[in-house]
Design a protein around this ligand. Structure first.
Ligand SMILES: NC(=O)c1ccc[n+]([C@@H]2O[C@H](COP(=O)([O-])OP(=O)(O)OC[C@H]3O[C@@H](n4cnc5c(N)ncnc54)[C@H](OP(=O)(O)O)[C@@H]3O)[C@@H](O)[C@H]2O)c1
Length: 239
């Protein structure tokens, strides 16, 4: 396992849920962090919970569905810390509805957040990572890409497309020492799965910390080892 101390790590959707937990997990590794989201209060709370020295963590409010938002995140990280070693595309949205009830705006928002933002991040990050000699991009997908429940067709399709985009681009850039990896969790106990009725229906759920540990595990793989995909499910129900 490599030492990632002092690595510069950018996490989208870090204001709550899995993203905030990923931030705390990288803080424990003594990384320097850039936390992104739209809710300033929650972002500041997440940053505080990382307990890093002031100069080692910044927050950026940005909408990742826009090219301007992604560019500002990457520019700010590079201006503040000089490089981006690890970029975690974690922010995501999903709406649970029968397909005929999905509004066009919800379809667009799902694909813009879960897929287009990752495409935009590739365009910003890959030239810079090539110049700096490498880097890691970790994309948070979902087990819904493999097997989706009724009511989440658009979400599942966006995550399946994310898997394919990640796999295709990973092949393009592996020779430049850039690793692109996907973590695909099953239901995880956050606002997103609370809203999806997974809680009420008694589905087993991972904890956000368990997902965050897998992300850090991936980031710490030996330099030449490329674990391209991690699928995760809860093993048993926790009492
Ligand atoms: N929870 C699950 O069961 C589960 C299972 C498998 C995969 N996942 C995936 O894991 C990731 C995190 O999910 P979660 O459960 O932690 O969700 P969550 O609790 O709903 O948090 C979503 C995060 O994404 C951010 N976000 C959403 N839209 C954004 C936008 N346009 N611009 C910037 N930030 C945006 C939110 O920040 P603001 O509100 O501050 O903007 C928030 O920090 C997602 O990619 C999700 O698809 C979740």
């Amino acid at each position: 396992m490599i030492d990632i101390r002092n690595n510069i790590v950018v996490i989208t959707g870090a204001s709550r849920g899995i993203g905030a937990e990923i931030a705390r997990a990288f803080a424990k590794e003594n990384c320097k962090l850039v936390l992104c989201g739209r809710d300033e209060t929650l972002l500041n709370q997440a940053a505080e919970s990382c307990a890093l020295p002031d100069g080692d963590i910044i927050t950026i409010r940005a909408d990742i569905r826009k090219a301007e938002g992604i560019k500002r995140i990457v520019d700010t990280a590079c201006n503040q810390f000089g490089r981006v070693d690890i970029f975690v595309n974690n922010a995501g949205v999903g709406y649970r509805r029968s397909i005929v009830e999905v509004a066009e705006a919800e379809y667009d928002s799902t694909f813009d957040t879960n897929l287009k933002a990752v495409f935009l991040s590739f365009k910003e990050l890959i030239p810079r990572m090539k110049k700096q000699g490498g880097g890691q991009i970790i994309n948070i997908s979902s087990m819904a890409a493999q097997k989706s429940d009724p009511g989440i067709a658009v979400y599942a399709a966006s995550k399946a497309a994310l898997n394919k985009l990640s796999e295709s681009v990973a092949g393009e850039v592996r020779g430049d020492n850039i690793k692109i990896c996907v973590v695909a969790p099953g239901y995880t106990a956050t606002d997103m799965s609370n809203a999806s009725s997974a809680k009420e229906s008694g589905r087993l759920r991972l904890s956000p910390a368990e997902v965050a540990d897998a992300v850090v595990y991936l980031a710490r793989q030996n330099e030449n080892a490329w674990v391209s995909m991690v699928e995760m499910r809860p093993l048993i129900e926790k009492k």
